[in-house]
Design a protein around this ligand. Structure first.
Ligand SMILES: [Zn+2]
Length: 135
């Protein structure tokens, strides 16, 4: 699906600005807001920062994007993949890690253990790989 179809399917009106912002994050995959702003304004300096904030917020609320917190810098990153998935953090790099078996394993483990609830909304594992230290 292209940007237009995804935006339309989420029930949002298509605007040129929305398309540009979506395409920028689609290329970045995971990006902090300042990176998205820089990318958008690089070729579209007329799109204001507040417009970009507003568009990202509407995308997030419409479930077109998700968010992930980077454990290394504590920043929130927008994530082009809205469906639940795990992440591998390697330095500043964020790599998607999809593993339904792992998710199911954790869900079952929690349900059978101390966590007796059916209401687990999201299981997201963060795997942090330490950079090789040279000393
Ligand atoms: Zn991701």
């Amino acid at each position: 699906m292209n940007a237009t179809d995804i935006i339309k399917k989420a029930g949002l009106k298509i605007t040129p600005q929305r398309k540009i912002v979506y395409e920028a994050i689609a290329e970045l995959k995971h990006a902090a807001i300042d990176t998205i702003i820089a990318k958008v304004q690089e070729s579209n300096p007329d799109i204001t920062i507040s417009t970009i904030y507003r568009i990202l917020d509407s995308f997030y609320k419409a479930d077109i994007l998700s968010q992930v917190n980077h454990p290394n810098d504590g920043k929130t990153y927008y994530d082009i993949t809205p469906i639940p998935h795990h992440h591998i953090f390697e330095g500043q790099k964020i790599i998607d890690y999809s593993d339904p078996k792992l998710t199911e394993l954790i869900r079952r483990y929690l349900k059978e253990g101390a966590f007796e609830t059916e209401n687990i909304d999201k299981i997201q594992v963060q795997i942090i790989i330490n950079p090789i230290k040279s000393d």
